[in-house]
Design a protein. Structure first.
Length: 264
């Protein structure tokens, strides 16, 4: 089950902001462990290269490339490079995103625009350039990584991030319907409060740098009383890109330890 041998996966955002296992790195490594050839990108070349090293170290096949996923030309170049290297793209994972604090009054307009670019436009561009190739080859699986912030207010003033992730969910629903007759499946993974290498940066933005206090607060918000990890996200992605989910499209898997259910 969940065998990806013979498949090629393009993972946009395959790195991590620090040592450890973020959503993108865990996803890229897990897909490789299940047999996929992985082409990964990150805005920081060294971070993508570390993911490639980890895959290669385990005997997998991978290529990486630096890419700003908000730039159309760069995304198109990545898709072309992946096709030249591996010949096809069976799987696309759009995992690019970052949160900035602020409400509609205090947030600078430039921050709002940048949040829309990185959290929503990046997925649009990935789909724009990959879907034509999936259509030609007769199908494929796309997973966009959203956030519970797109479903509920989760205690942080991040209005642009929340709006962009909500948009990403509906972008995925609508696009899935459009491309379902072509054998292209599109779904979202919706992580909740995760303990990834991003945690210190989030603590700096939302908890005045009190990392330990921030971690404890987030753990206590979750009904399970602990945050998830990048591997929890990766396992959900794996199911959605595998043949076992062949009749699943236009929906999402919420990976949040019960957080959204507890706030309905």
């Amino acid at each position: 089950m969940l065998d990806l041998n013979g498949k090629v996966a393009l993972v946009m955002g395959c790195g991590a902001v620090a040592d450890g296992w973020g959503n993108g790195r865990a996803t890229a490594v897990l897909l490789a462990r299940r047999g996929a050839k992985v082409f990964g990108t990150d805005v920081v070349a060294a971070s993508a290269e570390e993911t490639r090293r980890l895959i290669t170290q385990e005997g997998g096949e991978s290529q990486v490339m630096q890419c700003d996923a908000t730039q159309s030309i760069q995304v198109e170049q990545v898709v072309d490079a992946c096709l030249q290297r591996f010949g096809c793209i069976d799987i696309l994972v759009n995992n690019v995103g970052v949160s900035q604090p602020g409400g509609p009054v205090d947030m600078d307009e430039a921050v709002w625009d940048a949040q829309m670019q990185v959290n929503l436009k990046s997925a649009f561009l990935g789909c724009k350039y990959v879907i034509p190739h999936m259509r030609t080859q007769g199908g494929g699986a796309i997973v966009n990584v959203a956030s519970v912030a797109g479903l509920r207010y989760i205690g942080k003033p991040q209005v642009a991030y929340a709006a962009a992730k909500a948009g990403l969910l509906h972008f995925t629903h609508t696009s899935a319907v459009i491309h379902a007759p072509e054998g292209i499946r599109m779904n979202c993974v919706v992580p909740g409060l995760m303990h990834t290498p991003l945690i210190e940066g989030l603590a700096a933005k939302y908890a005045k740098g009190d990392t330990q206090g921030f971690i404890e607060h987030r753990n206590n918000q979750v009904p399970m009383k602990h945050m998830g990890t990048g591997w929890d996200t990766a396992n959900a992605v794996l199911f959605l890109v595998s043949d076992e989910s062949r009749y699943v499209t236009g929906t999402e898997i919420v990976v949040d330890g019960g957080l959204v259910a507890a706030t309905r």
